[in-house]
Design a protein around this ligand. Structure first.
Ligand SMILES: Nc1nc2c(ncn2[C@@H]2O[C@H](COP(=O)(O)OP(=O)(O)OP(=O)(O)O)[C@@H](O)[C@H]2O)c(=O)[nH]1
Ligand SMILES: [Mg+2]
Length: 309
């Protein structure tokens, strides 16, 4: 039997992770997969793409779909993000509807995410995240409050940040995965995304963490060149796209200090994740109104054309 051949004992499935912005979807996917496949930040709308994270076990392969947070789109970028999120729930074995339990009650974003999930018809587990932020005596009432969002296969409180109760969540997920199924990804693949994509996202994550106000949302990163060079060394040239000259100045910083800090933080984490030395060359360029520009959105893999995303 070849390693990719189906066996009756091997199981595989797809699980979409849905929810309002900032509830911890990417943190949860990274925790379940066991390595970082999707960037995380305290700012809403961190994730822009649908990103697969793959969990491997000898008898099992689970493909988690991280999705952009449900929000009210204000531009074509937002439209593409919402299409990505909505499309993720089609043809999956299960959906994890994630909510931020540290907020006293469900908001409109949670209800919208719940509606999309219910409409998909997929079995849904309500995951109440950030339970570490709720005093123990308030947890039961908070769980009951969120459970009113709909009918769920299970309601599981967790902390994606510190890993609390993720084993219980895994048991509930496994109960929804049918027997059989192919190995979709080779055993060394943790994501469907390229090394270049991950490197670009890490640059964006550091920008999200190191800048404020309108800058984080005005930034996109595109990898222009990626090449293995003797050393071995991975050479990566990436463009940081912003909307205005003032944002470019902020990102470059006095004497180039900011871009250096961003580049160094991204490079160190990328080296750690990829296990190879990296030379990261960053350029900042201004593209007015890129969030509504089909050309640049297409370059980012966030095409405005529904048939292409
Ligand atoms: N205290 C606490 N913080 C958490 C937990 N899970 C995630 N966070 C934090 O919540 C913030 C948002 O996390 P993300 O994983 O980026 O959230 P997301 O739902 O993917 O956000 P978008 O991609 O913007 O929709 C980050 O600051 C995380 O560290 C948790 O279990 N407990
Ligand atoms: Mg995210």
């Amino acid at each position: 039997m070849t390693p990719t051949e189906e066996s009756t004992e091997f199981r595989s499935g797809f699980i979409a992770v849905m929810g309002f912005a900032n509830v911890g979807k990417s943190t949860l996917v990274n925790a379940l997969v066991g390595t970082k496949v999707s960037i995380v930040s305290p700012k809403p709308q961190t994730t822009r793409h649908r990103i697969m994270g793959v969990l491997h076990r000898p008898d099992l392969q689970l493909v988690f779909l991280d999705t952009p947070g449900i929000h009210e789109p204000k531009d074509r970028l937002g439209d593409a993000m919402m299409r990505g999120a909505r499309g993720a729930v089609a043809d999956v074995d299960a959906v994890l509807l994630l909510v931020d339990g540290s907020r006293p009650e469900a908001g409109r974003g949670d209800s919208r995410a719940a509606k999309i999930t219910v409409a998909s018809g997929a079995p849904t587990i309500l995951v109440i995240n950030k339970i570490d932020l709720i005093p123990a005596h308030e947890r039961e009432a908070r769980i009951a409050e969120y459970a009113r969002l709909g009918e769920f296969t299970a309601v599981i409180p967790v902390s994606a940040l510190n890993g609390w109760n993720l084993d219980t969540l895994m048991d509930e997920i496994l109960a929804l995965i049918p027997p059989g199924g192919p190995r979709y990804f080779p055993e060394d693949a943790f994501t469907d995304r390229s090394t270049g994509f991950l490197a670009g996202e890490l640059v964006r994550e550091k920008i999200l963490l190191m800048t404020r106000e309108e800058v984080p949302h005005a930034v996109a990163v595109t990898v222009r060149e990626i090449e293995e060079r003797p050393g071995p060394l991975l050479y990566i040239a990436a463009d940081i796209v912003v909307e205005r000259g003032s944002q470019k100045s902020i990102l470059i910083g006095r004497g180039g200090s900011m871009i250096k800090k961003i580049g160094e933080a991204a490079r160190l984490e990328a080296e750690d994740l990829l296990g190879i030395r990296i030379y990261l060359d960053l350029f900042v360029r201004v593209e007015k109104g890129w969030r509504d520009d089909p050309g640049l959105l297409g370059e980012l893999g966030l095409s405005d054309d529904p048939r292409r995303s």
